[in-house]
Design a protein around this ligand. Structure first.
Ligand code: HEC
Ligand code: HEC
Ligand code: HEC
Ligand code: HEC
Ligand code: HEC
Length: 427
């Protein structure tokens, strides 16, 4: 898309036409606009010089063209999931839906455990575009690249008895978690159509008469919020009687506004190019390679890991950091295998048609070798776990899987979730 724009600006006449056409919309600006189509036309800041950003020869500050190329390699652009454009998905998966939420004010979003709520839109966007520069910035109206919104975000959890926490770190990360938060747009906890509601995870349900019924393979915090929850040290099923639910120093830094997603995910770009910066990738596939590389430039900066650097090597990782990632991967596999072992699961669940059932199914990604675990449950074949709290092990396997950093976000918390789940199943 950028290439097209630059072409049009080389033809002076067309550029002038666009300026005339667009400045006509200057009056309709800002978050007070009534709908998304209006807020997308935010006008131009007075005295703005188009070439600052639109002529790569003159743009020595922003490097807009480079950012555009990086962005095209990101999951946001490339993931392609802007097809999720219905009212309950568009708020995070499309540019248009996000701008509608911005217009309404993120602070007005409330969460209700029993109805679609939170980051939802008033309408679907059949003609949607993926999140882009104008989703996260408003370069024309502000003549700069500050983030569009940097207010704090409430991060709730579906675990009973746990309070909502707040993410309030760097401006940039407060933007990220407007979308990277758990969602209430569909949940296993309310009945819809023929699908009955599943059990809400509740660590206090430890009586032998407490039963958990799970009717869905997606019995989890909904994929979008686990990294954020994990960095805050929440979102997991915390079995009672353990004292090891602690967080790593990353969490302290976040609460001190000294660390945000961008520090690790928008680090200085490595020579192999498709990483860091506006690709948002720590893990990436270098061109021509089938095994992942990691951009850890964000870790090894002064004040963080510069004196004892993170070495993200598959064959010789440093023991203090990347080596712990291997520990987490091994614990994930151990917990998954326990839940596929019917001699274990039969102790804590009812048989189906007289047979003991595994609690999970697994598929393995050929690209990065990660296993993907899903609950072995459906509307017609629910998992019935008793005493109910043992189901927390299944919750935690998915929570850790969708946290997606193999413990690098918050090693101590992730390790405690996995180890305590393993211990509970083995009792
Ligand atoms: C602070 C940087 C900046 C300045 C200054 C700037 N733009 Fe842009 N403009 C952008 C960015 C970033 C994009 C998005 C590029 C993309 O998404 O491919 C863009 C996109 C556009 C587009 C394409 C819109 C679309 O929806 O495809 C037009 C037209 C445009 N700018 C015109 C102008 C004009 C005219 C001026 C001067 C009055 C100007 N810009 C000044 C950053 C800037
Ligand atoms: C609160 C914002 C938000 C809402 C609302 C939302 N998503 Fe997402 N979704 C995300 C984020 C963020 C990711 C990326 C998660 C990651 O990789 O950590 C994602 C990832 C996905 C993925 C790919 C990952 C996977 O393994 O499932 C699918 C598919 C998806 N969403 C579907 C949907 C659908 C369907 C809806 C509406 C019913 C929806 N999303 C609503 C934020 C949201
Ligand atoms: C998903 C949100 C998001 C999108 C989409 C996005 N940016 Fe950014 N951008 C950010 C954040 C966050 C920062 C601030 C990073 C920081 O504080 O370190 C930033 C910073 C910048 C900066 C200033 C800092 C720098 O790296 O020089 C420029 C220029 C920029 N973005 C351009 C763009 C352009 C051009 C696009 C479209 C191709 C774009 N951005 C799309 C989130 C986004
Ligand atoms: C407008 C909503 C939105 C904002 C803002 C946003 N993201 Fe995302 N992000 C998404 C969605 C949706 C996906 C899933 C894309 C897909 O796979 O379809 C995603 C994917 C990603 C991925 C790739 C994960 C994967 O498995 O594909 C990373 C990494 C990421 N985001 C980091 C960030 C960071 C860091 C920020 C802040 C600088 C940020 N995001 C801001 C919505 C957003
Ligand atoms: C302290 C550094 C750090 C911070 C801060 C951080 N991440 Fe990460 N994140 C990582 C690392 C390292 C990985 C990759 C680990 C791996 O692949 O094993 C990762 C992976 C991810 C992934 C999976 C991407 C992929 O390759 O599939 C997502 C999504 C993600 N992080 C989102 C976020 C969001 C959202 C935030 C802020 C709320 C955030 N991260 C903050 C270090 C960080």
């Amino acid at each position: 898309m950028m290439k097209k724009i630059f072409c049009s600006f080389t033809i002076f006449g067309i550029g002038l036409f666009i300026i005339t056409a667009m400045t006509g919309c200057e009056g309709r600006t800002g978050p007070e606009g009534k709908d998304a189509s209006e807020s997308a036309l935010e006008g131009f800041a007075p005295g703005i010089k188009c070439a600052t950003c639109h002529n790569p020869d003159l743009d020595t500050t922003y490097r807009v063209l480079a950012k555009e190329v990086q962005y095209e390699a990101s999951g946001h652009f490339d993931g392609g999931d802007f097809s999720h454009n219905s009212y309950d998905c568009a708020g995070c998966h499309t540019n248009e839906g996000f701008l509608e939420r911005y217009s309404r004010g993120f602070g007005n979003e409330t969460f209700n455990l029993t109805a679609p709520s939170g980051p939802i839109c008033n309408q679907g966007y059949p003609n949607a575009s993926p999140p882009g520069c104008f989703t996260c910035h408003s370069p024309h109206s502000r003549a700069n690249f500050t983030v569009r919104d940097s207010s704090a975000v409430n991060i709730f959890t579906l675990i009973a008895g746990r309070t909502t926490q707040q993410w309030n770190s760097s401006n940039a990360s407060n933007l990220c978690v407007k979308c990277h938060q758990p969602r209430m747009t569909s949940t296993f906890m309310w009945a819809s159509g023929t699908t009955p509601a599943s059990w809400q995870p509740d660590p206090s349900k430890t009586n032998t008469t407490d039963t958990a019924k799970i009717y869905t393979s997606r019995w989890n915090n909904h994929v979008s919020g686990e990294p954020t929850q994990t960095l805050l040290g929440t979102g997991g099923f915390e079995f009672t009687g353990y004292s090891n639910y602690q967080s790593s120093y990353h969490t302290t830094l976040i609460n001190n506004k000294a660390l945000g997603c961008e520090d690790c995910h928008m680090a200085t770009v490595n020579s192999s190019n498709q990483n860091g910066g506006h690709t948002f990738w720590v893990r990436y596939l270098a061109s021509g390679s089938t095994s992942p590389s990691y951009n850890v430039n964000g870790c090894n900066v002064s004040g963080c890991h510069s004196s004892n650097p993170v070495v993200a090597s598959a064959t010789a990782p440093d023991a203090a950091h990347w080596g712990k990632r291997a520990t987490i991967i091994a614990k994930i596999a151990e917990l998954g295998k326990l839940m596929m072992d019917t001699t274990i699961t039969q102790k804590w669940s009812l048989p189906q048609s007289g047979k003991a059932v595994p609690w999970v199914t697994v598929t393995t990604s050929t690209v990065i070798g990660d296993s993907s675990w899903a609950a072995n449950a459906s509307t017609t074949k629910p998992l019935v776990i008793t005493p109910a709290f043992k189901a927390g092990a299944l919750w935690n396997l998915q929570q850790v899987q969708y946290e997606k950093s193999h413990g690098m976000h918050n090693y101590k918390y992730v390790l405690a979730l996995l180890q305590n789940s393993i211990d509970e199943l083995k009792k």
